[in-house]
Design a protein around this ligand. Structure first.
Ligand code: B12
Ligand code: SF4
Length: 616
């Protein structure tokens, strides 16, 4: 019996290619192999191939926000693309695998159509061959998936124990026995038999390591180094209203032993040449003592800082103490992905988000002092959000030495937020493919899609300024915004929407950003720009007004006036917004002043971190 496990392609306005290793399918494959079943993996995303495709009609409203050709660093997205193998190639690969059973992973509700299309291709090739689906989307919408004519079975929850049972039963032709498999859904004469819940594996320690030998490790890299994913624990006990993790992985924090984790890492190093480990646990540091022990064991096994570690899934600041930050840095974390969600207390309560903003700030300070680069995530457009509150969260991060990671809220079926959206009629459409960040699918009486788009663009603008601060050779102290965008190629005047400008050379992204930043700061306008003609000695650009909300920009400028923005890599560099006539001072003194002002009015006392840095 041979099983082909497929990770479908995705179609969206962007893709995060570095995190697509199909670790769930590799876990399933390992369990199948252990049960004596032959397995092949078809990762449709393990390719450089991407193709610009038509924006689906139900996404047409987005065209005004995503204009192709826009060269502004504050732009959001441009093209709608198919990321992965082309459909024809997928068909050929399925045909060539000669599998007896097809298993398709459907992890994402917004990409459910891609998963179903893979199922349709498989059925078209061989209508008698069983197609099984599992993954987070199947757990969110079991009925929708099982009712599709190209899906024979679904398995809810974790599939390592249940999929081998199902395959063995199919092999023996004793399907009647599988009714008792936990999480098993099937249909008889068109009638759906849906399971009540999925399988959750208490003792995840007993699972064989993901079958990485079935994929080409050279396909999964970061900065030229081989990267692999590690899952040291599963489940998260918290109840954040927007999160759907519990639907698949439950709320119990289930762990593997430290030795077991280290053994897997050693194997990854020796056999697959892994140099970077991305810990994708749902809540890696929920048990901080355990996390610290894992880090200590990594140091002991591989040496201090010898392994590069990441937790790109984001760590909740509530579960990191300052000493743990130090341990992370010592062990091999150069960067920290921290989820703030919102800096507003009321919103934190409304979303049942653990932790406080003051604790978050302490963690950020500690990590910055340790020299870690940070991305901090905020969610824009939660059902109870207000423009005021979202701007406050953005400005909070603006003033810290972190990159701002905006996540636009989408509602996943099965979550509390989804229920709220349904009850209040906040969803743009019942079409589930819209429940993705790029679709801005939720509007409320408090904010419109245009407002959210504007907030998103503001975060891009701030990240641009931060990147300019990082690029300053002088590197320390206060910078004038003019200085950050200075270039002999940029004219003194402010660009105007509707005008075309000729330059003697092509502008760099930094120059374009610097020029457009002046329009935003002086005239409160968000502009787009595209290259309309390129001749030997001339590049002609056209400037146009972006879709943006003037009220949001106005409120932002009122709130941000005179406040500091910090660099990320170089957090000793900062500038102030909407602050005219500020003399250039390359003084360290000024840096401390700015940082302290940024914190004025906050109850948090200046932590030991300050004393630590001051002393240096
Ligand atoms: C890594 C990750 C990504 C990676 C991609 C992963 C990949 N393989 O391609 C990246 C960063 C690209 C990503 C992006 C997004 N993600 Co994501 N991601 C995850 C994350 C953190 C881990 C997935 C994982 O590896 N889990 C560990 C393995 C062991 O579990 P698993 O894959 O679920 O597999 C188990 C079971 O599901 C089941 N199973 C899985 N497949 C199959 C198949 C069969 C046949 C069977 C029987 C069983 C089965 O058995 C497996 C073993 O137990 C999950 C959260 C989570 N904990 O799952 C979110 C998650 C899957 N992502 C989610 C979402 C929504 C997104 C986005 C669409 C959000 C957005 N921006 O709009 C984006 C996509 C944007 C884009 N254009 O690319 C949601 C999905 C919820 C939903 N119902 O839609 C999740 C659950 C997080 C959440 N917010 O709640 N993501
Ligand atoms: S802490 Fe993270 S994983 Fe846990 S419920 Fe909240 S968002 Fe989900």
């Amino acid at each position: 019996m041979k099983v082909l496990l497929i990770q479908p392609p995705v179609e969206d306005f962007y893709q995060t290619t570095i995190r697509t290793l199909p670790v769930g399918l590799l876990y399933l494959a390992a369990s199948l192999k252990q049960a004596g079943v032959e397995v092949e993996i078809l990762d449709c995303q393990a390719t450089e191939k991407k193709q610009t495709i038509e924006v689906p009609p139900e996404f047409a409203y987005l065209k005004r926000y995503y204009r192709p050709g826009n060269l502004s660093p504050f732009k959001l997205f441009s093209h709608y693309r198919h990321y992965g193998l082309p459909w024809e190639e997928i068909r050929e690969r399925i045909r060539a695998a000669h599998a007896d059973v097809i298993g398709v992973s459907s992890l994402f509700t917004p990409f459910y159509r891609e998963a179903l299309r893979v199922a349709a291709i498989a059925k078209d090739l061989d209508p008698a061959r069983p197609v099984i689906m599992g993954g987070a989307h199947v757990n969110a919408c079991p009925e929708q998936v099982l009712s599709n004519p190209n899906v024979d079975f679904i398995l809810l929850g974790e599939g390592e124990r249940t999929l081998p049972k199902l395959i063995v039963a199919l092999n023996n032709g004793r399907l009647s026995a599988v009714d008792s498999i936990c999480g098993f859904g099937y249909k008889t004469n068109g009638k759906l038999h849906l399971p009540e819940h999925g399988d959750l594996i208490d003792d995840i320690e007993t699972l064989p390591f993901p079958a990485r030998e079935l994929i080409d490790p050279a396909r999964y890299t970061l900065g030229g180094k081989r990267l692999t994913m590690l899952v040291t624990s599963r489940g998260c006990p918290y109840h954040c209203t927007f999160c759907s993790i519990f639907l698949t992985a439950g709320r119990q924090f289930r762990t593997r032993s430290i030795n077991n984790v280290i053994d897997e890492m050693k194997l990854c190093r020796e056999r697959f040449g892994a140099e970077i480990f991305d810990i994708e646990d749902d809540n890696f540091s929920f048990d901080q003592k355990r996390a610290a022990k894992i880090l200590a064991a990594i140091r002991e096994e591989f040496g201090e800082g010898q392994i590069e570690l990441l937790a790109m899934n984001g760590i909740s600041a509530a579960n990191i103490s300052e000493p743990l930050v130090e341990e992370m840095k010592r062990t091999g974390f150069r960067a920290l992905n921290l989820a703030l969600v919102t800096s507003d207390k009321q919103q934190q309560r409304a979303t049942k988000r653990p932790g406080s903003t003051s604790h978050f700030d302490r963690v950020v300070e500690k990590a910055a002092a340790a020299g870690m680069e940070m991305v901090n995530y905020v969610i824009l457009g939660l059902p109870d959000s207000t423009i005021d509150e979202m701007l406050d969260s953005i400005i909070h991060l603006m003033q810290r030495p972190v990159l701002i990671g905006p996540s636009v809220f989408y509602a996943t079926p099965g979550t509390e937020s989804y229920r709220q959206c349904l009850e209040r009629g906040l969803l743009l459409s019942p079409e589930l493919a819209l429940q993705r960040s790029t679709c801005f699918p939720v509007e409320t009486p408090q904010f419109s899609r245009r407002d959210l788009v504007t907030l998103f663009r503001i975060t891009r603008f701030l990240n641009f300024i931060k990147s300019r601060l990082d690029a300053q050779p002088r590197g320390i102290g206060e910078f004038d915004l003019e200085e950050l965008s200075a270039s002999p190629n940029i004219p003194d005047f402010i660009p105007q929407a509707g005008a075309a400008y000729a330059f003697s050379c092509k502008l760099t992204e930094a120059e374009i950003g610097g020029w457009l930043a002046r329009a935003l700061l002086s005239e409160k306008r968000l502009l787009g720009i595209r290259l309309v003609r390129r001749e030997k000695e001339q590049a002609v650009y056209q400037v146009y007004e972006e879709e943006a909300s003037p009220q949001v920009i106005k409120l932002f400028s009122e709130k941000a006036v005179g406040r500091v923005i910090h660099g990320v890599k170089n957090h000793f560099a900062f500038t102030r917004l909407f602050h005219k006539g500020l003399a250039l001072k390359a003084a360290e003194e000024s840096f401390w002043q700015g940082w302290k002002e940024a914190r004025a009015g906050e109850t948090q006392p200046v932590s030991e971190l300050w004393e630590g840095i001051d002393a240096e």
